[in-house]
Design a protein around this ligand. Sequence first.
Ligand code: SF4
Length: 236
Amino acid sequence: MNANSDGMSAGILPDLEGRDARDILRWAFERYGERLAISTAFGPSGVVVLHLAAEINPAVRAFFLDTGYHFPETLAMVDRVRDRLGLSVEVVRPDEAVLLAEDPPGQEPRLFARNGDRCCEIRKVDPTRIVLRGLDAWVAALRRDQGPSRANTPVLELKENEGRPIVKVNPLVAWDRKAVWNHIFQHDLPYNPLHDQGYPSVGCGPCTHAADGTTDERAGRWAGQAKTECGLHTQI
Ligand code: SF4
């Protein structure tokens, strides 16, 4: 792994466990400045991170992956967040040539049905890798209570992107679902209306289903499959 512009290594990451989410974001903004970006899919936790970040630094870079399969309600969040928080969220799309080669329009079954991991790779992971190329820090909205695969998420993680280190910042790891929704209602923040229609988590249309009555926040994602993550938070 090459050094990033900070010469950052796992050994010199500070211990921010237990710190307030705003303090964690402030630390990250001061340390990385323009070499940092927030990724968001406009889930409830993501909206909270965008809100806290916008209060500290309204010019912070944020991006959303438009996989080509999002619900209209999710796509509308780009404008709703801009109008409410004053944050301009960059929309990142997959490489058209790769889509044509591997998942051409009209070909059935579609790639998500043939090979979901590869579909997530070309529509989510690879475009994210390209955005992260020029960065030293990446802010996400993971929470430990979102499920077993996220239960041990640290506040700061040293990750690798294309052979280069990048620090992943998770300011909401210690929040629970109730705290997130309380924050959204207290501050009258926009949220995806599909959450009011039985969708605990909202991803791409073909891989997301309503899951009424469950307390599992990731229920309804890749239902009936062993898959629980798209790879963004496991491959990078
Ligand atoms: S969530 Fe489904 S449709 Fe979206 S990129 Fe992954 S496999 Fe493809």
